[in-house]
Design a protein around this ligand. Structure first.
Ligand SMILES: Cc1cc2nc3c(=O)[nH]c(=O)nc-3n(C[C@H](O)[C@H](O)[C@H](O)COP(=O)(O)OP(=O)(O)OC[C@H]3O[C@@H](n4cnc5c(N)ncnc54)[C@H](O)[C@@H]3O)c2cc1C
Ligand code: FES
Length: 271
């Protein structure tokens, strides 16, 4: 169940170019949040900006985590893109921040055969929501495809490597790894994935990337879940400001914040 609760900022540091990691002490949310769920963060004590901002949780450590110093911590990896995230860069150690969470429906992990190929495709800051999923996977062979415009937009590469996964990187300007989009990279690796018939695909990134993915993936070959990003008003299902069109005529629109943000790729009415 989602809580509205204050946390304490422990650390807020720039990790590269426009990217920052905010560390918050908030044991109730850190203990219960599941891979793919998100929080709504209040940015300011005043009305500017008025709306909270949604963020995936990059790392979380429960109140009973084996490493005492990590207990109760939530880490958010964010990109400075506008007024709200600019304000977040000014958060100071010891400051109180108000959170609503955990929110939404996260990734579902089917009982995987140990031979499963699990492929994660993350575009830009979208890769952040896939990290807790990768960390929770116990079985299978993990392939991680990380894409960004330039090498400055490649995030979490070391984290994924520590999970014993095979990591591929693509940059559109060719400054690191494969030159092209993360989907070009995905297509170039088809042979690697085809070596095993059991394939699970999880993706998060900009809407255009997921739209292209839907055209690219042959559904019969993959079980595929995607985490969608949308502009959000409330974050908990009340305003219907975040809807996405589905292929189901009985429920033609679903709320990204409530029924999502994770959906089956094939349930969305892509253009
Ligand atoms: C479920 C979910 C999880 C998210 N997780 C993360 C995360 O882990 N790290 C992270 O950096 N960001 C994440 N985001 C996006 C983040 O919420 C936005 O970047 C943030 O709200 C921007 O606020 P702002 O005031 O700085 O920008 P604004 O001034 O509101 O907007 C600046 C620019 O960013 C674009 N933008 C703003 N919000 C979104 C959005 N939700 N989706 C797409 N474009 C947007 C606007 O169109 C505009 O061009 C997530 C979004 C959702 C819905
Ligand atoms: S943001 Fe209000 S219903 Fe989704």
């Amino acid at each position: 169940m989602a809580l509205e609760i204050d946390g304490i900022v422990l650390r807020n540091r720039r990790i590269k170019s426009l990217y920052y990691v905010l560390e918050i002490y908030c044991p109730p949310v850190a203990t219960t949040i599941q891979p793919g769920q998100f929080i709504m963060l209040k940015i300011s004590g005043s009305y500017d900006p008025f709306l909270r901002r949604p963020f995936s949780v990059y790392k979380s450590y429960s109140a009973s985590h084996r490493e005492k110093k990590k207990r109760g911590r939530l880490l958010i990896l964010y990109k400075k893109v506008g007024k709200g995230t600019q304000r977040m860069t000014e958060f100071m150690k010891g400051q109180q921040v108000n959170i609503i969470g955990p929110l939404g429906k996260g990734f579902s992990l089917p009982p995987l055969p140990s031979s499963a190929n699990i492929i994660l495709v993350g575009g830009g800051v979208g890769i952040v929501s896939l990290y807790p999923l990768a960390a929770a996977l116990k079985l299978g062979k993990l392939f991680v495809l990380i894409g960004g415009r330039t090498m400055d937009d490649i995030l979490c590469e070391e984290d994924f490597r520590k999970l014993n996964s095979t990591v591929f990187v693509a940059t559109e300007d060719g400054s690191l790894g494969f030159k092209g989009t993360v989907l070009d990279l995905f297509l170039s690796q088809q042979k690697t994935f085809k070596a095993n018939p059991s394939r699970y695909l999880y993706a998060c990134g900009p809407a255009e990337m997921l739209n292209e993915l839907a055209k690219t993936v042959k559904f019969k070959e993959f079980t595929c879940q995607v985490s969608l990003e949308a502009r959000m008003g409330c974050g908990f299902g009340a305003c219907w400001g975040c809807v996405v069109k589905t292929i189901d005529p009985k429920v033609p629109y679903q709320r990204v914040c409530k029924e999502g943000p994770v959906f089956n790729l094939m349930d969305i009415a892509w253009e």
